[in-house]
Ligand binder design. Sequence first.
Ligand code: PLP
Length: 593
Amino acid sequence: MNVEDFRKYGKEVIDYICQYSTNIEERDVAPTLDPGYLKKLLPADAPQSPESFKDVLEDFEQKIMPGVVHWNHPKFFAYFPSGNSFPSVLGDMLSSAIGSIGFSWASCPAAAELETIVMNWYAKALGLPKAFISDAPGSTGGGALQGSASECVLVSLITARARAINELKGQTTVHDSVFLPNLIAYASREAHSCVEKATKMALVKLRIIDADVHGRMRVDLLKQAIQNDVNAGLTPFFVVATVGTTGGCAFDDITEIGKVCRQVSSIWLHVDGAYAGNSFILPEMRVFSAGLEYADSFNTNPNKLLLTNFDASALWVRDVMNLKSALNVNPLYLRHEHMSGVDYRHYGIPLSRRFRALKLWFVFRIYGVKGLQEYIRNHMALAKKFEMLVRKDDRFEVRNDVHLGLVCFRMRTGDEPNHTLLAMINHSGKMHMTPAKFNGRYVIRFCVTYEHACEKDILDAWSQIKCFAEEILRDNQLEISSAPASPEAERTSSEPAAPVAGKPPIKKKLTRTKSLRFSFTRSISREQYQNQSEHLGDGATPILVVDPKTLQQNFQKAAEENERLNNIKNGNTANSNTKLKDISDVDTDEASN
Ligand code: PLP
């Protein structure tokens, strides 16, 4: 493609994007397709000969677009926002066009220096403590852009692990891995599953701390757990507090957590603010950032709530030397003569880095801090509006404290009708939402995400939700029980609402449930949801937590089940006390079978 072709097709693509954005509401927010849909439409091999741009763009509209979930649709209320905006896209286009790989100052001085400047702008706009701002007097801290919040958590954990191991090791020359079994990390049950993933990758233990009825980490339990672990000879080294949990947008009390962490020198406190950290751009939200001065690191994703397109996740640390010494490798081919210039390759996992600062710079300049504040305030007001509508209807309840853009609601019935409600919402193609388990209850997450969201979107969504709910209640002769007791009292009960006296009992199977059985959430299956009790509560990716009691019980259960199955297989003739054979007793034929 020559430059004239690029000019021509580039304009066509921009026209396409403008058309897409203007008419997005004419499209269903999410498709109803089965996996493998695209394989049927595209050839199995790449073309041998060049094809025309026109054909490619046509296929994009006809074959690719039908499989797209429109995250920037006014009726997309799922997950958290996928931040995006025209200024950000334009900034990113330039980054793509330049194609520089800014791993060191020498490899692209502008990328390195703009990243430092933008990270300081961002930190100041959020009102972060001076310790995180690299140009603040006396600061040893600073920040860098990463690809995702999960990466920020992993990088922080690896840095904390290196610091703790160095402390344990002292002057000895034993290998670092010797200390791994000693190390233990902590996060609330409501923390994002990326925390667990990070501990898995780093081969360290994770202790899950229960949350209170508001979804905040129980600091008394954290303190107790740390004390017990210290008494047991373990080394607490990493605590993750979350500001804006995924399930219910709860804000952990960083000050109280920080005070506990300060008592143990090996602990690194990381604060995960992937979504809600951006809201600290509003002075009125800084009540939730109080205590950040205790944190060793903090992350927030401008690609969630700061109108910056994926990928962009900001990580600040109090002392960049910790980061650099944990991640530093220095082969000859990467060295250069300007060692006073910052080399961001030491601040994260990849060597090659996109020029991400460019899009964030465009966003800050084109919106200004005031424009970004207005955008977030609009989301907050609309979420409050939705909350008010739900609360006014006594067939429904709101389960979380609504501080930002997320409302967790449900019908005042058992879980099953709420599964059906979510399935109907998503199958309509007209709205998209996701479930979570918040404070022990199944909830539907309604998150305001669209840049230009307005009251009409909220009112339309609410009236459709009510129609679906009415259909479910009518079809199943369900009536709403009286207002529930406190959320605390309800935690253990997720039984369906009792049938009303004088009415026929509820049909065992809800009529709609059957047909929607395998797609009730589009993000987790019913089986996964039901198995969630021992998992982190982020509602999206249930993964087993490292809880010795549960592991022991599961092991016991598995052993009993194996024995039972063996007994059945062997016609009950097997000795129920069968023990695993000693390796030396296994004859080679048996072993090779
Ligand atoms: N932390 C929190 C609180 C989140 O809500 C999420 C995602 O929603 C993550 C971490 C993971 O974010 P990422 O997809 O950027 O890794």
